[in-house]
Design a protein around this ligand. Structure first.
Ligand code: XLS
Ligand code: CA
Ligand code: CA
Length: 439
C-alpha cells in the first residue's frame, strides 16, 4: 500500500541539539526516568477526531486543511483512508494508543442500524491494523453532542426518545471499545448541562444521567469490559452550566450515585483552566480521591475564555502535571492529545510537528518533574511545613484522639500562638526556576 505521508520519515529521537523539526529533542522512548522507560510513563494516544477529522473550520470560516487522504469525504472509502492515515501517523511517531468517538470512525447514517453496520466494518479493519502494528486502543466514547437531537443533552435531555438514542449509542460504543480492547470508556458530558433554570429540572436531569451511567456499567461489565469508566469534567462550553464542572464536582456526583467502584476521571488541562483552576489542581484533587485515571493533554490560551485545544507547549505546566502523575504512581489510562493544529497550520508537516511538540513538552515535563522529586527541596519544605502535627497536641489532632475542650485548654495555656512559619512561595518559585531553566 502506498504511503499517505510519503514526505515524512519515521520520527527519531535526535537529542536537544537537533534543529530538525521532524525529530524528537526530548522524547526518547527507552530513556529510563525514576526506574521506568519514558514510553511507560507517557502512554501517548492520538485523538481520532482532531487529528484525522478536524480541518481547521471555525465559526467564521470553512476548512483550511485537506484531510481527505485521497478518498471522497463522507464515504466508507474515506473512513478506511482515515484508518490508513491514522496508523501510518502513529507508527511514524511511535504513538502506541488511539482514542475515538463512534462517529469519528464512519459517516453517520440517518438510521442507527446502518451506522452500526458501518462501525462493524471499520472496526474489523482497525482490528487488523492493530494486529499488524501492535497499536492499542486507550479509550472509546460516543459522540452525544454533535447531532441536533442532542441539543438538550443526552442523559440530561427532556426527551425520552433522545435518551433511548443515547443509550443505543453508548451500547454500541461500549461493544466497539471491548472489541478493540480499550482500556477505558469516557463520558464527556458534551451537552449535559443547561442554559437557563427557567426551563430546567436539574435534579431530574442529574438522576437520569446517573441512571444512564449505571446502565452503561451494567452492560459494559456483562460484555467483558474490565477497564475504567471515566468522566471528563468541563465547566462550560457548549452549555453555559455543565454538570461535570470540575474534578471535585464530578467526584461528588460519582460518589452520590454510587458509581465510585467503576468510575475515575479523565482530566483535560484546558477544561481545568476554564473552571478557574490550574491543571495541577484538578489532577491533585483527582489523585487524592483515588480517581486519577487518564489525561487529555492539551492547553488553553489564558487570553481566551474557551476550549482552544492547543497542542501543549508550556513546559512549566507539563512539569507540574508530571509531578502530580509521578507522585500518584502513574496513570491507569494514558495521555490523549485532545489537541488540534491552529487553523493556519494546515499541512501534513504541521500535523507531525504538533505531536512532536506535545510529546517533547511532556517528555521534558517528565524529566523536570523527576528532578524536582530527586532534588527534594520542595517536598521537604511541604513536609516541614506541617511538622507541628508530628508530636504533642498536633499528633493527637491527626490521630483523632482529642476534643474541642482539650484543644481550647491548650490554647488558653499557650496564650497567643506563634505565627505559622513563612509559606516561602518566592523561595519555592525560585527553586522551580532553578530546576527548569538553571541547569
Ligand atoms: C471536548 C472534549 C471531547 C472529549 C471526548 O471538549 O474534550 O473531545 O474528550 O468527547
Ligand atoms: Ca477539549
Ligand atoms: Ca477531551
Amino acid at each position: 500500500m502506498s504511503e499517505i505521508f510519503p514526505n515524512i520519515k519515521k520520527v527519531e529521537f535526535e537529542g536537544k541539539n537537533s534543529k530538525n523539526p521532524l525529530a524528537f529533542k526530548y522524547y526518547d522512548a527507552d530513556r529510563v526516568i525514576m526506574g521506568k522507560p519514558m514510553r511507560e510513563h507517557l502512554p501517548f494516544a492520538m485523538a481520532w477526531w482532531h487529528n484525522l477529522c478536524a480541518c481547521g473550520t471555525d465559526m467564521f470560516g470553512r476548512d483550511t486543511a485537506d484531510k481527505s487522504f485521497g478518498a471522497e469525504k463522507g464515504t466508507m472509502d474515506h473512513a478506511k483512508a482515515k484508518v490508513d492515515a491514522g496508523f501510518e501517523f502513529m507508527q511514524k511517531l511511535g504513538i502506541e494508543y488511539f482514542c475515538f468517538h463512534d462517529v469519528d470512525l464512519v459517516p453517520e447514517a440517518d438510521d442507527i442500524k446502518e451506522t452500526n453496520r458501518r462501525l462493524d466494518i471499520i472496526t474489523d479493519y482497525i482490528l487488523e491494523k492493530m494486529k499488524q502494528t501492535g497499536i492499542k486502543c486507550l479509550w472509546g466514547t460516543a459522540n452525544m453532542f454533535s447531532n441536533p437531537r442532542f441539543m438538550n443533552g443526552a442523559g440530561s435531555t427532556n426527551s425520552a426518545d433522545v435518551y433511548c438514542f443515547a443509550a443505543a449509542q453508548i451500547k454500541k460504543a461500549l461493544e466497539l471499545t471491548v472489541k478493540l480492547g480499550g482500556k477505558g470508556y469516557v463520558f464527556w458530558g458534551g451537552r449535559e448541562g443547561y442554559e437557563t433554570l427557567l426551563n430546567t429540572d436539574v435534579k431530574f436531569e442529574q438522576e437520569n444521567i446517573a441512571n444512564l451511567m449505571k446502565m452503561a456499567v451494567e452492560y459494559g461489565r456483562s460484555i467483558g469490559f474490565k477497564g475504567d469508566f471515566y468522566i471528563e469534567p468541563k465547566p462550560k462550553e457548549p452549555m453555559k452550566h455543565q454538570y461535570d464542572f470540575d474534578a471535585a464536582t464530578a467526584i461528588g456526583f460519582i460518589r452520590q450515585y454510587g458509581l465510585d467502584k467503576d468510575f475515575k476521571l479523565n482530566i483535560e488541562a484546558n477544561h481545568a483552566t476554564l473552571a478557574g483552576h490550574t491543571f495541577q489542581h484538578d489532577l491533585r484533587i483527582s489523585a487524592i480521591n483515588g480517581m486519577l485515571g487518564s489525561i487529555d493533554a492539551n492547553q488553553g490560551d489564558y487570553l481566551l475564555g474557551w476550549d482552544t485545544d492547543e497542542f501543549p507547549s508550556n513546559v512549566y505546566e507539563a512539569t507540574m502535571c508530571m509531578y502530580e502523575v509521578l507522585k500518584a504512581g502513574g496513570l491507569t489510562g494514558g495521555f490523549n492529545f485532545d489537541s488540534k493544529t491552529r487553523r493556519p497550520s494546515y499541512t501534513e508537516e504541521d500535523m507531525f510537528e504538533a505531536y512532536i511538540l506535545g510529546m517533547d513538552t511532556f517528555a521534558l515535563g517528565l524529566i523536570k518533574a523527576a528532578e524536582i522529586i530527586e532534588d527534594g527541596r520542595i517536598d521537604n519544605f511541604v513536609k516541614e511545613r506541617y511538622a507541628s502535627f508530628n508530636e504533642g497536641i498536633g499528633k493527637k489532632i491527626r490521630e483523632g484522639k482529642t476534643n474541642l475542650c482539650e484543644l481550647a485548654e491548650a490554647a488558653e495555656e499557650m496564650g497567643a500562638p506563634q505565627l505559622p512559619g513563612s509559606g516561602r512561595q518566592e523561595y519555592l518559585n525560585a527553586v522551580l526556576n532553578d530546576i527548569l531553566f538553571g541547569r
